[in-house]
Design a protein around this ligand. Structure first.
Ligand SMILES: Nc1ncnc2c1ncn2[C@@H]1O[C@H](COP(=O)(O)OP(=O)(O)OP(=O)(O)O)[C@@H](O)[C@H]1O
Length: 304
């Protein structure tokens, strides 16, 4: 899947020292990692569910694109999946909410457990899996002719949940507030979702995902079509949501991975091997003191 490079996708030139909570950015200024600051602030309980993928391999026909991927995405954390184009990040993300199986000829092996339940278990209903595991895509996809409020509640019908008018109003405000959009749209909830800016549409899509109370939110390059200001707003939203929903984000933007994630996994498909995880760990370590030279080269923009 191609990705758009915008002004925010510059890869940091200088990695932060391993012992520091600072993250180096392209212009050589250092800022306190918001992730580190957030960790310090967090003292209360976190919600969301830990997601554990074990032994994941994937094929399109007989083309094997992922091999033996093992990763735990912890409740209350943001996990960033990074790696060069074509290494299988989006495929892996789609396996995490059973979208991979919608592609004709696609197959997979391994297990994905959310809160201890295997989403591929024969007894698991796909609609319940999609409720538990929301997804936000690269390009915002609100229903353009529906009102802002109706966009937020659009997922309720799919899961068979009925709400009264009052409950609906409360839910719309709650989800738009969590997605960081309420103040901008509260006086025009009945106008069309398609009339919002790209960044607002993406936050509307996040609000729509939240309305069905997911335990995990998957984000596939959610800012790649957005300008730097909208990107910052989405990152703030990710930060605010991270204590209540487990977030897994695919990003090509190394600064973004450093800013928003607690942990990173570096994927690579090379030397005749399908996509696999070369290294994973706390974000500060992955950027400041990675153990594999290929990780070091990638996070410092030497390839990919
Ligand atoms: N629908 C499909 N049918 C066949 N092959 C596919 C399909 N989707 C992806 N692939 C192949 O699977 C491999 C992994 O693709 P994927 O999109 O998961 O990688 P990625 O790391 O997310 O790439 P990018 O960063 O460019 O989005 C690639 O070789 C790609 O060509």
């Amino acid at each position: 899947m191609p990705h758009t490079v915008d002004a925010t996708t510059t890869i940091p030139a200088v990695p932060a020292p391993a012992t520091s909570t600072a993250v180096a950015v392209a212009d050589d200024t250092t800022v306190l990692s918001p992730v580190a600051a957030r960790r310090e602030e967090r003292s209360g309980p976190v919600s969301g569910a830990t997601m554990i993928a074990e032994g994941i391999s994937a094929w399109f026909g007989d083309h094997k694109v992922l091999e033996q991927v093992d990763i735990t995405m912890k409740a209350g954390e943001v996990t960033a999946l990074i790696g060069p184009s074509g290494c299988g990040k989006s495929t892996f993300l789609r396996i995490l909410n059973r979208m991979h199986e919608l592609v004709p000829g696609a197959s997979l092996a391994g297990s994905v457990r959310v809160g201890g339940i295997d989403i591929y278990d024969a007894g698991e209903r796909i609609t319940e899996t999609r409720r538990k595991i929301g997804m936000v895509f690269q390009k915002p996809n609100p229903f353009p002719t529906m009102s802002i409020a109706d966009n937020v509640t659009a997922g309720l019908k799919l899961i068979g949940r009925r709400v009264t008018r009052d409950e609906r109003d409360v839910l719309v405000e709650e989800c738009l507030t969590k997605a960081g959009l309420w103040r901008e749209v509260k006086d025009r909830l009945d106008s069309s979702g398609g009339a919002l800016s790209g960044g607002q549409q993406q936050r509307l899509c996040i609000a729509r995902s939240l309305a069905v109370r997911p335990e995990v939110l998957l984000m596939d390059e959610p800012c790649s079509a957005l300008d730097p200001t909208s990107t910052r707003r989405i990152e703030e939203t990710i930060d605010a949501l991270s204590s209540e929903v487990t977030i897994v984000i695919v990003t090509h933007n190394m600064q973004q991975a450093a800013r928003v994630s607690d942990r990173c996994a570096f994927f690579l498909a090379a030397e005749g091997r399908p996509g696999h995880i070369v290294e994973q760990g706390p974000t500060e370590q992955m950027f400041g003191n990675p153990s594999d030279p290929r990780t070091n080269d990638y996070v410092n923009g030497r390839f990919g």
